[in-house]
Write a protein that binds this ligand. Structure first.
Ligand code: 3EB
Length: 284
């Protein structure tokens, strides 16, 4: 795309499976935008978008890159009127490479918490952390923050990620299951997969993982006080580990939520046994 110099654009490192989509965020009000080193931002109407792209080779690996990206974002948000981070996306390469505590996702988690500044002390935002198949060293982190505070929502079917037991790494993942945005009219939903309690359910069984993911999404909507299901007002995003599974995922989503726009991308879930993860927005 020929938008490389425009700070409002991010060419995400996830390949669309099927029809590609451009996701566009609009606000009521004038929008300004700019760059500061590896960080780009745009803001207007009480909303801030900020993104950092960096390379692990410049920061000693996945932990160093995550720490660097989160430091830049934390410092920028701390000095901004939009100091409440509601939603954040993280894309890194070869997310499941490495064994035990050395798995690259776990290294990313260590660096993420190390780089999180005071703006994250009020609580973690909703998040997605996905493995891309572009240049392995590329880390992309982008967020949405607001002038007014939101409300974190956890899933009663799942252990909160920051309380995951030691087996998932030295530092548990730093994210909330969802955030209710300031006007209480939209639920921003984290990457949601077939995790029950803290354990992965239905290893290797795509159909069962999709059904479990749906139960998790339903539970989150109920917990957030939102109506059932997903409608035409906001896209759902499905991250699929095996490109050949895209059709099954698409058919499942169409059957469950026929009106919801769906973007299916090739993305690895941060636990090797998980095949699919879904995130999105729910308007009241
Ligand atoms: C899970 O429920 C699946 O590390 O930011 C989902 C959403 C997951 C966000 C993150 C991880 C993250 O634990 C993985």
């Amino acid at each position: 795309m020929a938008h490389g110099d425009d700070a409002r654009w991010l060419n995400v490192a996830l390949e669309p499976l099927g029809e590609g989509l451009v996701e566009t965020w609009t606000v009521d009000g004038d929008v300004t935008h700019g760059r500061e080193g590896d960080l780009r931002w745009s803001r207007g109407g009480g909303w801030l978008y900020a993104a950092v792209e960096c390379h692990e080779t410049d920061h000693g690996g996945p932990a160093g890159a995550a720490e660097y990206a989160y430091r830049l974002l934390s410092a920028f948000v701390a000095a901004a009127p939009e100091r409440h981070v509601q939603r954040i996306w993280n894309y890194l390469g070869a997310i499941n490479a490495g064994a035990g505590d050395d798995e690259r996702y776990k290294q990313f988690c260590n660096g993420r918490i190390a780089g999180m500044g005071e703006v994250f002390a009020q609580g973690f935002p909703a998040a997605s952390a996905i493995g891309h198949h572009a240049d392995q060293g590329l880390l992309q982190v982008y967020l949405l923050a607001t002038t007014r505070e939101g409300t974190r929502v956890e899933n009663p079917r799942q252990v909160s990620a920051w309380r995951y037991p030691r087996q998932y790494g030295r530092t548990p993942p730093s994210f909330a299951r969802a955030t209710l945005l300031p006007a209480n009219d939209v639920l921003a939903i984290s990457g949601t997969a077939a995790v029950v309690g803290h354990a992965s359910a239905h290893a290797g069984d795509l159909g069962a993982q999709l059904a479990e993911t749906r139960r998790n999404l339903d539970a989150l909507l109920a917990e957030g006080g939102l109506p059932d299901g997903f409608d035409a007002r906001a896209p759902l995003k499905a991250y699929v580990r095996h490109p050949g599974d895209a059709g099954v995922v698409r058919d499942f989503a169409r059957a469950c939520w026929p009106e919801a726009p769906l973007l299916v991308v090739h993305g690895d879930i941060c636990r090797e046994e998980l095949l699919v993860e879904i995130d999105g927005w729910r308007y009241r």
